[in-house]
Design a protein around this ligand. Structure first.
Ligand code: ADP
Ligand code: MG
Length: 218
């Protein structure tokens, strides 16, 4: 199994006392599978994705990625998983303003030491960015910027793609196009995709759907 999440629990300490955001969350995702995660705002979707992406740690439960227990890794090991095995796409594009598009696309792969110029050029071409490689992010539209962010995430060839409302800042038509590209690339690379979305129509395009409510999945 590419991803196994077993009985995850997470409690935040807030001014009003402890808040149990995840109360025993379990799921699996196979290589090549696509999964939509829906839920009300504040239901813990981003928290769950952050835990799986190794950006935060659970209070209880296990996360296995490609058979490796995240909790068993030290900081270096977790960073390696975060850079190479798992790719995260956020709603905010988080591009580096001082880098040209070509170098934004290459950035993660260079960090992961898996930079492949041909693959980056292929990604740019498939994302319709070939004519924009020498531009800076601020010279691009929102849809183009998000395509750069997706190409950057896919450049290290992650086995698991985690996307947190990746098209949430785009208009419906652009969102649909970006989704097409992302699903096509995930299918071609055999990656698993777990995507948070508010849109039922986008969720409907993924193979499986899970809904997070009251700290649990259904
Ligand atoms: P979603 O992505 O589904 O909107 P989040 O995972 O971002 O939900 O947040 C779930 C709940 O946990 C929200 O009520 C949020 O305010 C709270 N929360 C998120 N992060 C923290 C934190 N670091 N400390 C305290 N509360 C948090
Ligand atoms: Mg969120």
């Amino acid at each position: 199994m590419l991803l196994t999440v077993d009985n995850l629990r997470k409690t935040y300490t807030t001014a009003d006392g402890p808040f149990d955001v995840l109360r025993g969350v379990s799921l699996t995702l196979a290589a090549g599978e696509t999964l939509a995660l829906t839920g009300e705002s504040g239901s813990g979707k981003s928290t769950l994705l952050h835990l799986i992406g190794g950006l935060d740690t659970p209070d209880e439960g296990k996360i296995l990625i490609d058979g490796t227990d995240l909790a068993a890794l030290d900081d270096t090991g977790r960073a390696r998983v975060r850079r190479g095995v798992v790719g995260v796409i956020f709603q905010q594009f988080n591009l580096i303003p001082s880098l040209r598009v070509v170098d934004n696309i290459a950035f993660q792969a260079r960090l992961a030491d898996t930079y492949d110029a041909q693959w980056c050029a292929d990604l740019a071409s498939r994302m319709g960015l070939s004519d924009h490689l020498q531009k800076y992010p601020e010279q691009l539209s929102g849809g183009q910027q998000q395509r750069v962010a997706i190409a950057r995430t896919l450049a290290p060839r992650p086995k698991l793609i985690l996307a947190d409302e990746p098209t949430g800042n785009l208009d419906e038509e652009t969102a649909g196009q970006v989704m097409d590209l992302m699903l096509g690339l995930a299918a071609d690379t055999g990656a698993g995709l777990m995507m948070v979305t508010h849109s039922l129509s986008l969720a409907g395009r993924l193979q499986r759907r899970l809904h997070l409510a009251a700290g649990q999945l259904a």
